[in-house]
Structures are given as structure tokens and as C-alpha cells.
Ligand binder design. Structure first.
Ligand code: G
Ligand code: MN
Length: 260
């Protein structure tokens, strides 16, 4: 059996066997001076603890999950686990939002209905659940997906366009979208040339007129951080600020922030 076929077989039992885990990567407000340390949101990232292979990363198994039609079960499980954790933090008095990734292959009217039901059950604070939709590879921002965005927002779920700059979507194409946030791909964040700067400035300018937040992904160095700030990004995420990690690691940040 090929390793892909094996993985597909194993993936079918992984959800039931509780082998899926959430890694939490903190997102920070860039108006916090210096290197920001107070998380304002976390992105839930899926990890598969395979009994033999060890940790399998999403790039490897999400495409298989999509083909095997397991993606919806995985998305639901991620939302259940991460949502339960974030609700606990909110109940403990921390102000924190949750971003989950949605596979555009599952973005159907049924998905939106199911998400609305799950979101209600989770009972997170208003406006604190965000769905990130990637624009790569195309044609993921297909009309059928875009048509669902207003419905998502109407049920109180925020919409974020993920990986902007990695695909073909241009800043002017964003204008027509019903969204709340744009996440700048790390390939743009990490470039210090004028072209990248202008591309981000264009997104920032349009976002200001729409009231969207702009999040710089992939901040790995202090130079990346300063560039993101000077280009007008509102929020930042990346290895310099915090790697994907355990809930405990995020909780430590929250506790330290409370003490400041
Ligand atoms: O497509 P999306 O932006 O959701 O991808 C998130 C992925 O990016 C995660 O797998 C995460 O581990 C990775 N990631 C997060 N921050 C950084 C970073 O600063 N540098 C790099 N190279 N990868 C990052
Ligand atoms: Mn994402």
C-alpha cells in the first residue's frame, strides 16, 4: 500500500481515536509597544498525532481529508476542541477570540448552517469566532463560496481572507467581499521591497474604508515586525511573537498579560 493510501486509511480512524489535536498560535495587536505579548486571538491549527509516524502536519493530511470527505468531521472536531478551550478562557475573564480555518471545499450552505449551530452551542462571546478562508490555491474564492460570506457574517461569524498575496487575488478584488479581516501571507510580510510594501499599503488603505482588520502573518524577525507596523497592519502573528503551541502556553501568556 502506498503511504498515501495508508494515511487515508488511518485518517478514517484518527478522529474517533482522538488523535487530532489543536495547536494554538497567538495573534497580537501591533499597537502594543515593543514585541507584543498580550494575545488578542488564537488561530487553531490541526495536528495529527499518528501512532507510528508521529506528528503529521496539515499540509500532508488536509488534502487527503478533503478527498476522503473527512474534512468536515475534522473541522467540526477542531471547532469543538478549540471552541471549548477559548470559551473557558473567556469565562475566566480573558478577552480572546478564536480563528479557525475552513476548507473552501466544504464551504456550502449546509456547512454554514452546521457552523451556525455549532457556534451557538459553543456560546462564545459575540464577535469572537472567525473563520479563515484561504485564497490559495485558486479557484477557492469561487462565486459559490463568496455568496456564502454574508450569511456567515449574519450568523455572527467573522470572515477572514487568509494568505493574501500568495494567490491571484488583488486588493481591488477584496472590495466586493463581505469580510471582516485580511491576513497578509508571510511571503509578503517578509519582503522588504517597495512592491511588497505598496501591495500591503493598498490592502491597508482599502481595509480602512471597509473597517476590516489587517493581520500580518509570518512575522519571524524584528524587521518583519517593524515593517508590518510601518505598513499599517493592525495585528501580527508569527514565530517571533509566538509559535503554534499548547493551550497551556497561551494561558501562560494570558496570565502574564493580566499581571501587567
Ligand atoms: O495558511 P495558514 O496561514 O492558516 O497557515 C498557518 C501555518 O503557518 C501553520 O502551519 C503555522 O505553523 C505556519 N506559521 C505560522 N507562523 C509562521 C511563521 O512565522 N513562519 C513560518 N514559516 N510559518 C509560520
Ligand atoms: Mn490560517
Amino acid at each position: 500500500m502506498s503511504s498515501r493510501t495508508e494515511l487515508a486509511t488511518d485518517l478514517h480512524s484518527a478522529v474517533a481515536a482522538h488523535q487530532l489535536d489543536v495547536a494554538y498560535q497567538p495573534i497580537f495587536d501591533l499597537s502594543e509597544p515593543g514585541i507584543p505579548r498580550t494575545p488578542v486571538a488564537v488561530e487553531a491549527l490541526c495536528r495529527w498525532r499518528h501512532p507510528v509516524r508521529g506528528v503529521v502536519m496539515p499540509d500532508e493530511f488536509i488534502p487527503i481529508a478533503e478527498e476522503e470527505r473527512l474534512i468536515e468531521a475534522i473541522d467540526a472536531e477542531m471547532l469543538r476542541m478549540a471552541g471549548g478551550q477559548v470559551r473557558e478562557w473567556q469565562r475566566a475573564g480573558y478577552s480572546i477570540a478564536l480563528a479557525v480555518n475552513a476548507s473552501p471545499t466544504t464551504l456550502t450552505a449546509d456547512f454554514v448552517t452546521a457552523l451556525g449551530r455549532r457556534a451557538r452551542e459553543l456560546n462564545l462571546q459575540d464577535g469572537t469566532l472567525i473563520v479563515e478562508i484561504t485564497e490559495t490555491p485558486p479557484p477557492q474564492l469561487a462565486p459559490s463560496v463568496l455568496d456564502l460570506l454574508p450569511t456567515l457574517r449574519a450568523i455572527g461569524v467573522g470572515v477572514s481572507i487568509d494568505d493574501f498575496g500568495a494567490g491571484d487575488t488583488t486588493a481591488s478584488m477584496l472590495d466586493a467581499l463581505s469580510i471582516d479581516e485580511v491576513k497578509i501571507d508571510r511571503s509578503l510580510t517578509q519582503r522588504d521591497d517597495d512592491e511588497a510594501g505598496q501591495a500591503i499599503a493598498e490592502v491597508v488603505r482599502r481595509s480602512a474604508t471597509h473597517g476590516w482588520l489587517v493581520v500580518a502573518e509570518g512575522i519571524e524577525t524584528e524587521e518583519d515586525l517593524e515593517r508590518a507596523r510601518s505598513r499599517g497592519c493592525d495585528r501580527g502573528q508569527g514565530y517571533l511573537l509566538g509559535r503554534p503551541g499548547t493551550a497551556q502556553a497561551v494561558e501562560t501568556l494570558l496570565i502574564e498579560a493580566r499581571g501587567r
